[in-house]
Ligand binder design. Structure first.
Ligand code: ZN
Length: 321
């Protein structure tokens, strides 16, 4: 097994939203990667520039961040050639590691746009080094930049940032500081292509919570009428945890509930409804064991919401009167 630490740089429409090409908001123009073996020893590195085919000028902000010009990329490979070389280089048995959650969706979106078949495993597990850094050193607070993490770990900054290969190398150096057990038990799941059917649905249990990712449905309503999506089985004993507060929402995107397992106590639930690339909908459900106080926060949230609704109704009434 290899770790492939991947970093991508991308460009976007230089004219902003109105010049955006459907299906490709971000065009990948550089791939950088480092390969480590299972003992996290350096094996190889990969670096390719990509000649832009869609946005042929750099967006001014991208230009500033990358500190390079379009000329630097024009002599590069085409995206299909670069990505084929890259995937060959990755080999058969590997896990991607990225800084944050953006690179793998953009990689797949570009592959889809350029009609390259996507054959990553499902579920598509990877390691988010930004998240792992947060868990290891900062108790999961705010997402940090790669440069922050290198400073924090006193890693020597001998190369520029925002060059795909340099960033992959810095991210690899951060990965080296993390314990393997911590890495392996805190994997991430990429949902660019959500489960296609019931069988592919994902049930993952982490230290203090569980995560379920549903298949796609045509509408939000269909997601929420699915029994598996709304169920609250305790992830420790498998018994149904009784709902004390049923799923409620403030914005039709996030839903919350409070439930109780006879064996393990209070749990809170959160469902996030996501729209997929295919314009369908799927759910990500998190169930987490909590203290009675934390469970009570769900009740307060619901009460606050009800109060707001009542207030709004009353305001409407007084206007119509
Ligand atoms: Zn239980």
């Amino acid at each position: 097994m290899h770790y492939i630490i991947l970093d991508l740089e991308w460009n976007q429409s230089p004219a902003g939203k109105k010049g955006e090409v459907p299906g490709l908001p971000f065009e990948i123009i550089e791939i950088g990667a480092v390969k480590l073996n299972e003992q996290k020893q350096f094996v190889d590195q990969f670096h390719k520039l990509i000649a832009p085919a869609v946005y042929k000028k750099l967006h001014h902000q991208i230009c500033r961040v990358l500190n390079r010009t379009i000329e630097d990329f024009r002599a590069g490979l085409s995206f299909p050639d670069a990505v084929r070389e890259f995937l060959d280089w990755c080999g058969e048995d590997f896990y991607f590691c990225t800084w944050g959650t953006m690179d793998l969706p953009e990689l797949q979106r570009n592959m889809q746009y350029f009609q390259i078949p996507i054959s990553f495993p499902r579920p598509f597990l990877y390691y988010d080094i930004q998240k792992l850094f947060g868990i290891a050193f900062e108790d999961r607070k705010i997402p940090r930049t790669l440069e922050y993490a290198t400073d924090y770990l006193s890693i020597q900054k001998t190369e520029p940032f925002h060059n795909a290969l340099c960033d992959a190398r810095y991210a690899a150096l951060v990965l080296l500081r993390l314990e393997t057990a911590l890495i392996r038990s805190n994997y991430s799941i990429d949902c660019y292509l959500p489960p296609r059917n019931r069988k592919e649905e994902i049930y993952a249990v982490f230290g203090t919570y569980s995560k379920y990712i549903s298949r796609e449905f045509d509408t939000r309503e269909k997601v929420l009428s699915d029994k598996e999506v709304t169920s609250t089985r305790c992830y420790l004993c498998g018994r149904p945890a009784r709902k004390k507060i049923r799923w409620f929402s403030s914005n039709n995107r996030h839903y919350f509930c409070q439930c109780y397992c006879e064996n393990h106590g209070w749990m809170k639930g959160k469902i996030t409804i996501k729209q997929s690339e295919a314009n369908k909908y799927f759910a990500i459900k998190i169930l987490k064991l909590v203290t009675a106080e934390e469970a009570n926060l769900i009740k307060q949230k619901q009460e606050l919401l009800r109060k707001k609704r009542r207030l709004r109704r009353n305001q409407k009434k007084s206007i119509t009167m």
